[in-house]
Design a protein around this ligand. Structure first.
Ligand code: AMP
Ligand code: MG
Length: 489
């Protein structure tokens, strides 16, 4: 069973609404598991037989509330594509509870267990509170792939087919995702608290009480060494700068980096129309709803910094000293993003070309390769994986692009101890390519989970080569290319 130990509900009532999942009634077939994440369940100390049995299924389908669970929907605000939305919140998610314990190195000591697609909440606005199989399986697969690449992320514990239809552009099979996260605190959670404080006509000493409680909670849960609001901001800036540099190193495009989709914990969260790049181009966009290219690949660091400036603004009222002093300190904190990001980026891309500890002297070499890759839009993953295998040259359609770069690189590597080892441990052979993800979704909708299993296994061992996974390592043929992933939530 789930031994929930929930702390979020000790926060002021403004931050959540009690909300049970909505049982599935109008379903032709009974709910059934599409996937159960065994390694994750084991790490969390859950009883697998129970979890994958009838009781686990009923709970993860949202049909039963387990003892000790106090399900809630969380409140938050956010900037969506730059526009302010004062009240968003979990429109189709509920937090079942928190689990606490020592879950091993890869997991925090306290995690949220939440359902996504489990029915409407007071924050649903015009939405139906549901999700369909496509986005649920995409999030499951891509978040597991991101985790296997060593990048901080929320995890997928299970995916359940509800048996009911969900109406989008057309009818689709409904599904519920069980998500495990370090927490669901977002930049937008702070924005929500601050907006409420500003709108309040309570006496000044009462006005900031909720915001202060949220700040204290976030520090205690994620950054116990942080000193006050400014310390929290510094910590989130550092975590996000590292995260975004890690995304860039694997060619990941989040797609919807709204402030409500940015976690205080520094985990990747809210996988929507996200994708890994095939052909490299810095301005690549995948989301069909991102018409202006706001969240294009190369814009991700500056958007993250913009989002963090919104967090800084939200935390200002809690900062010590005069308003001017607080603004100056907060600005300095957010500006610190650039240095942390650049250092991590340099480390990551240095390792990608076989340099253990790259310095700024190595930047021209790294940038030289990327600009040549961008010109030909050559395959990001294959070029880097090919560096250690001697196949990178064949990825370039124009021979000169490679021959004008390689000699200098080879010369540089003579100063490295184990460049091939570093590259093999850094550059994945496989990423969940978009055309494979779409193919997997198509098959799942038709009742065939084999492509999901196959792709998941391959993405969980991204540095390994196996003959049966070779076809997943190649880029899309012209007619397989997927240019956008639709929100289709
Ligand atoms: P997202 O950009 O997908 O993270 O969602 C933005 C907001 O819309 C959040 O407040 C979600 O809870 C809400 N939302 C998304 N899809 C639905 C849905 N089908 N029903 C209700 N709310 C939704
Ligand atoms: Mg969201």
């Amino acid at each position: 069973m789930f031994a929930f130990d929930t702390t979020y509900t000790s926060l002021p009532a403004t931050f959540f609404t009690p909300q049970a999942p909505t049982p599935i009634t109008a379903s032709a077939t009974a709910p059934q598991f599409l996937a159960v994440n065994r390694p994750l369940a084991e790490a969390l100390g859950l009883d697998l037989d129970w979890l994958s049995g009838p009781e686990g299924l009923a709970i993860l389908a949202g049909n039963r509330v387990t003892d000790g669970s106090t399900p809630i929907a969380q409140a938050y605000a956010g900037h969506q594509f730059g526009g302010w939305v004062p009240r968003l919140g979990d429109g189709r998610a509920v937090l079942l509870g928190e689990l606490a314990g020592d879950f091993g190195q890869a997991l925090p000591h306290r995690v949220d267990v939440a359902l996504k697609g489990s029915g409407p909440t007071p924050y649903s606005r015009r939405g139906d509170g549901r999700a369909w199989m496509g986005p649920v399986l995409r999030e499951y697969l891509v978040s597991e792939a991101i985790a296997a690449l060593g990048v901080p992320t929320t995890r997928a514990l299970a995916a359940v087919a509800t048996g009911a239809r969900v109406q989008r552009e057309r009818g689709y099979p409904g599904a519920v995702l069980t998500r495990v996260a370090a927490s669901h605190l977002r930049v937008g959670t702070f924005q929500y608290a601050t907006a409420a404080a500003m709108a309040s006509d309570a006496p000044p000493e009462e006005r900031l009480r909720d915001l202060q409680a949220l700040c204290d909670y976030a520090i205690a849960r994620h950054y116990p060494d942080a000193d006050g609001a400014l310390g929290l901001l510094d910590a989130v800036v550092a975590a996000q700068a590292t995260l975004i540099a890690d995304w860039m190193a694997v060619g990941f495009i989040h797609g919807v980096m709204n402030t409500d989709n940015m976690a205080i914990s520094g985990e990747t969260i809210d996988y929507g129309p996200c994708a890994f790049m095939d052909g490299y181009h810095p301005q690549k966009v995948f989301s069909s709803i991102d018409r202006m290219g706001r969240y294009a690949f190369a814009n991700q660091p500056s958007i993250a910094a913009w989002n963090l400036a919104q967090l800084a603004t939200s935390l200002l009222p809690l900062m010590e000293g005069t308003e001017d002093a607080a603004i100056e300190a907060a600005t300095r904190s957010v500006n610190g993003f650039v240095e942390i990001f650049q250092a991590r980026w340099l480390r990551n891309f240095g390792r990608k070309i076989g340099i253990a500890q790259a310095t700024t002297d190595d930047l021209p070499l790294i940038e030289g390769l990327l600009s040549r890759m961008g010109t030909g839009q050559v395959d990001f993953t294959r070029v880097f994986a090919g560096l250690s295998e001697g196949t990178a040259a064949t990825e370039f359609t124009e021979a000169h692009a490679w021959t004008s770069w390689a000699p200098e690189w080879e010369a540089r590597l003579t100063r490295e101890e184990d460049p091939v080892g570093i590259m093999r441990a850094t550059n994945p052979r496989r990423i969940p390519r978009n055309h494979r993800v779409e193919e997997m979704i198509q098959a799942a909708v038709e009742g065939d989970m084999a492509p999901f299993e196959h792709l998941l296994a391959a993405c969980r061992a991204p540095y390994e080569t196996r003959p049966e996974w070779e076809d997943l390592a190649r880029g899309p043929l012209k007619d397989e290319e997927v240019r956008q992933t639709f929100c289709g939530t």
